[in-house]
Write a protein that binds this ligand. Structure first.
Ligand SMILES: NC(=O)c1ccc[n+]([C@@H]2O[C@H](COP(=O)([O-])OP(=O)(O)OC[C@H]3O[C@@H](n4cnc5c(N)ncnc54)[C@H](OP(=O)(O)O)[C@@H]3O)[C@@H](O)[C@H]2O)c1
Length: 235
């Protein structure tokens, strides 16, 4: 049986590292993002997940790479938009943009693909430490990451008995483009953020890829949240 990993946002960071890991494990790997994956051998489906049509067309295009009813699929919802905003200033349009990529596209892709997933498949949500707590200045992101947690829990209940399991992997501060952008490219701040855990360094994207791979192979974690943050120090 073909094993397929469908990863949103495998064009950089955690998604690209996850694509490389699944490819190395013999999976057909599909990237859904605006840019192609830097990982050779990945099938790229160009899409802007900020538009519902984009998500629907991309998920539909994935089906042409999947043998009908006979593919174990790991569907990894990894792409996210992170804006700087707050409860007192967040514009409706900005919230809509964030929810489109982080929540609505997830729903669309699930709706199109779940019917093609054989038992042994998984749906993995890449959440965040901010799926379960909040910090100032990331209002729409925090809101959307909490919503993703609800999506994962509801997915678990609705797919009960299907042989498909789901879980949320919550990375801590990880050395990627998203974190660098959020910190305005400030290297000193990046270093300071990296020191806020018991190992005194940023998480590597490959470490999160390893956790995602393990979650796919472990139906026992169905419905759970797996934190991967090197023991973040609470402040
Ligand atoms: N880095 C961290 O410290 C950290 C911490 C907690 C959670 N996370 C989570 O980890 C996941 C991966 O993030 P990362 O850190 O690896 O960041 P990244 O390197 O910036 O990757 C983000 C990915 O999302 C995709 N994406 C964003 N907007 C998109 C859109 N409109 N349409 C299609 N794809 C879109 C990007 O692809 P294109 O630009 O090519 O479209 C890119 O591949 C996210 O869910 C993030 O919330 C990261």
């Amino acid at each position: 049986m073909q094993k397929t990993a469908i990863i949103t946002g495998a064009s950089s960071g955690i998604g690209a590292a996850t694509a490389a890991t699944f490819l190395g494990n013999g999976f057909v790997v599909i990237n859904i993002a605006r840019r192609p994956s830097p990982v050779e051998g990945v099938i790229n489906i160009a899409a802007d997940l900020g538009s519902d049509d984009g998500a629907e067309e991309a998920a539909g295009a994935c089906r042409s790479h999947i043998p009908e009813g006979a593919s174990q699929i790991s569907l990894i919802h990894n792409a996210s938009l992170m804006l700087k905003d707050s409860a007192s200033t967040c514009e409706t349009q900005a919230l809509q943009r964030t929810l489109s990529v982080n929540v609505l596209a997830v729903n669309t892709i699930n709706r199109v693909l779940i019917g093609a997933m054989a038992p042994g498949s998984s749906i993995i949500y890449v959440g965040s430490t901010l799926s379960e707590k909040a910090v100032a200045g990331a209002y729409s992101y925090v809101l959307s990451k909490h919503a993703q947690l609800g999506q994962m829990r509801a997915t678990c209940q609705d797919l009960s008995g299907s042989g498909i399991h789901t879980a949320m992997v919550c990375p801590g501060f990880t050395d990627t483009e998203m974190l660098r952008q959020h910190l305005g490219g400030d290297a000193a701040l990046m270093h300071d953020i990296g020191s806020q855990n018991s190992f005194g360094r940023l998480v590597k994207p490959e470490e999160i890829a390893g956790v995602i791979t393990w979650v796919h192979a472990s139906p026992v974690v169905n419905g759970t949240v797996v934190h991967a943050n090197l023991g973040q120090t609470e402040r």
